[in-house]
Design a protein around this ligand. Structure first.
Ligand code: G3I
Length: 402
């Protein structure tokens, strides 16, 4: 045996001894800290270069809550949904196994984030594009999920030809009715498509004018609203028809305008089944009492209440550059608070469902995210669950008026 070989073996022996010694030390420390939760947040802190403090013998004040929910939708007997990217989106659900694993496990309904909006489905007056929507609806059906159609009549994401359309009020009305009839009719015999946001964001918040001055309002007048719902019902007698808006949960003047609309629809027989509350909220606003009061006003009018685009921002003041555990736990508590408010304020028969607006934090379509770091949803960018997922689940369990 060469000297080099003998020396090599002795060195290996020493190396093994040192490895065993290190392992024995680490192993005992790991066992004393008990089970660790799945990583629930992006690494929140850059490793400190400061010398670590002497390990204290005091147990931590509060153990980190566990994330135990394995199927969010299994905790509810109404749709638990998610807004999903599709089509040519780089994060399309159809192309992402990570996103499919989350959506299939936790959700019973999907809403197309963009590909079922006017610009995507109706790119030219005499041309409709169905491929992406059909692929998404098929995906939902194959995986036992329903689809909430979003959205038929809006002032955003409309095709150029529609913006440039000219004609009399009657001609505009005919164009709108054809648009709605064709799209709703395309999916009327598709069992998976169970509801539509017929009109989205048509009221102003506090402006003197009640209706947002959209091209529909300016070319048809306020009758466009009822005509849109009438056209949707004519195309599908079974789908639930919703009016969807943002900041209704503030229960302010916009909510008053929605209530007035509902009362008018009920008086003149215009079909409408529910109100969609987008629920783009922060940790603190709006208050739970305002949300519950707004829900109650719709419940008292006999309509369904659906949370359609929920997310909870945590960095509105732009002070954070990472999601720390305490902020994540506050977000979880906020999700629980709002979901429980829904369960308490909305009777079972009037629960249209609760949907979040995006799969992972990096998928969020909130425009604010172009200006700041945000983590508004239930899953981390690396597809691991956040405490918000457990908070949402905890809000579903045990709460609720029947
Ligand atoms: O499709 C084009 C692509 O061809 C182009 O290369 C790219 C870059 O310019 O833009 C793409 O269009 C973008 C579209 O999303 C599809 O990705 C638009 O620029 C972008 O503005 C649009 O944002 C969507 C936004 O609505 C538009 O208002 C968000 O993804 C979507 O999450 C958001 O969703 C809305 C709801 O529909 C209504 N309630 C508010 C909610 C959040 O803003």
């Amino acid at each position: 045996m060469s000297k080099a070989m003998g020396c090599k073996r002795f060195n290996i022996f020493l190396l093994m001894l040192s490895v065993l010694a290190i392992t024995a030390c680490e192993g005992s420390a790991g066992w004393e800290t008990g089970p660790t939760a799945e990583p629930t947040a992006e690494p929140t802190a850059v490793p400190s270069t400061e010398p670590t403090a002497e390990p204290t013998t005091e147990p931590s004040a509060e153990p980190t809550p566990q994330i135990s929910v394995t199927s969010l939708h299994a905790e509810a007997d109404f749709p638990i949904g998610v807004g999903v990217p599709a089509g040519n989106a780089s994060n399309s659900l159809i192309d992402s196994l990570d996103r499919q694993q989350i959506v299939n496990a936790h959700f019973s309904q999907i809403t197309a984030e963009n590909i079922m909006k006017p610009d995507a489905l109706h790119p030219a007056e005499d041309d409709y594009f169905w491929d992406d929507a059909v692929a998404l609806v098929d995906y939902a059906a194959v995986n036992g999920m329903s689809v909430h159609g979003h959205t038929l009549i809006w002032h955003n994401q409309i095709p150029t030809w529609m913006s440039n359309h000219t004609g009399t009020a009657e001609q505009w009305t005919t164009m709108m009715q054809t648009h709605i009839n064709t799209i709703v009719g395309r999916f009327a015999d598709t069992a998976a498509v169970v509801s539509w946001n017929v009109v989205n964001e048509a009221f102003t918040d506090d402006a003197p004018s009640v209706y947002r001055n959209t091209l529909w309002f300016s070319n048809i007048g306020e009758d466009y609203f009822a005509q849109a719902f009438t056209a949707a019902r004519a195309a599908d007698e079974d789908a639930d028809l919703y009016y969807n808006d943002v900041r209704l949960e503030l229960n302010g003047s916009k909510m008053n305008r929605v209530v007035t609309m509902i009362e008018a629809f009920k008086a003149n027989g215009t079909p409408i089944d529910g109100i969609g509350f987008q629920m783009h909220v922060s940790l603190t606003s709006p208050e739970k009492t305002a949300i519950e009061s707004a829900f109650a006003r719709v419940v008292n009018l006999g309509l369904k209440v659906k949370i359609t685009e929920m997310d909870v921002t945590v960095n509105d003041d732009k002070s954070l550059s990472a999601l720390a555990l305490d902020t994540e736990l506050a977000q979880a508590a906020r999700y629980q608070e709002i979901v429980k408010a829904y369960m308490d304020a909305v009777p079972a028969a009037q629960r249209g469902g609760i949907s979040v607006w995006g799969i992972t934090d990096d998928d969020s379509g909130l425009p604010e995210l172009h200006q700041r770091d945000e983590w508004p949803l239930l899953f981390n960018a690396n597809f691991t669950p956040k405490h918000a997922l457990q908070g949402f689940a905890d809000g579903l369990v045990g709460g609720g008026s029947e």
